[in-house]
Design a protein around this ligand. Structure first.
Ligand code: COA
Length: 185
């Protein structure tokens, strides 16, 4: 059964289904240097369907975000052990960028990991990927750490994270409303 989360104009945000994995993999191959096996996509969909979201226009997938769940040390609280979400990959195809779809995909993933009682969401991003860093900062993520030579080609990554338990979180994520969404929720 399709779970539609939001509609923005003619774009539908909904949970990914098994049959979406091939188009999602195609977008990933076209837009990012980090690729994964079909088994990996399927396992993320099985593990955390609440935060594997696709954006669709007229039956065509134009963007996706997929996450996993981990138990580990908090990015915010000293010595805290928490359940946290981890953004594995996000992309929007070229012709639909700068329309707010990346932001709503991240916001829906935030909701998804919160449904599963995660208290934080984090990700790695190439230090040179200023578009993505700006997007995450806009949604309330902070740069927590720099990982030296994290990527295969030797580039460093920023670890960026957001803490749902912090007072800042609610106000920053309110940018969701400022792009005039028609919510079905
Ligand atoms: N230049 C400057 N800022 C940009 C930008 C660009 N080209 N693209 C996004 N941003 C920032 C802006 O602050 C923007 O807000 P604004 O439009 O109000 O100024 C904010 O991010 C949100 O943009 P949005 O329209 O919601 O994002 P998007 O739909 O364009 O998707 C990505 C953003 C990163 C998902 C998209 O550029 C993409 O797919 N890139 C290739 C894959 C990738 O790098 N993924 C991230 C890996 S960690």
């Amino acid at each position: 059964m399709q779970v539609i989360l939001k509609q923005i104009g003619d774009c539908i945000l909904r949970r990914c289904e098994l049959s979406d994995i091939i188009p999602v993999m195609e977008i990933n191959l076209r837009t990012l240097p980090e690729h994964y096996s079909d088994y990996f996509y399927e396992s993320l969909l099985e593990e955390l369907p609440e935060a594997f979201i696709v954006a669709e226009i007229s039956g065509k997938i134009i963007g996706y975000i997929m996450c996993k769940m981990e138990h580990g040390f908090s990015n915010f609280k000293k010595l805290g052990f928490v359940k946290k979400g981890h953004v594995v990959s996000i992309a929007v195809i070229d012709e639909h960028r700068r329309k707010g779809f990346g932001s709503v995909l991240v916001n829906e993933a935030l909701n998804g990991v919160k449904i599963r009682q995660c208290s934080e969401l984090y990700l790695e991003v190439r230090c040179s990927n200023t578009d993505a860093v700006r997007l995450y900062e806009k949604l309330g993520f902070s740069i927590i750490q720099r990982l030296k030579a994290y990527y295969r080609d030797g580039e460093d990554a920023y670890v960026m994270a957001i803490d749902f338990t912090s007072g800042n979180y609610t106000s920053k994520s309110a940018t969701n409303d400022s792009i005039n969404l028609d919510s079905n929720k």
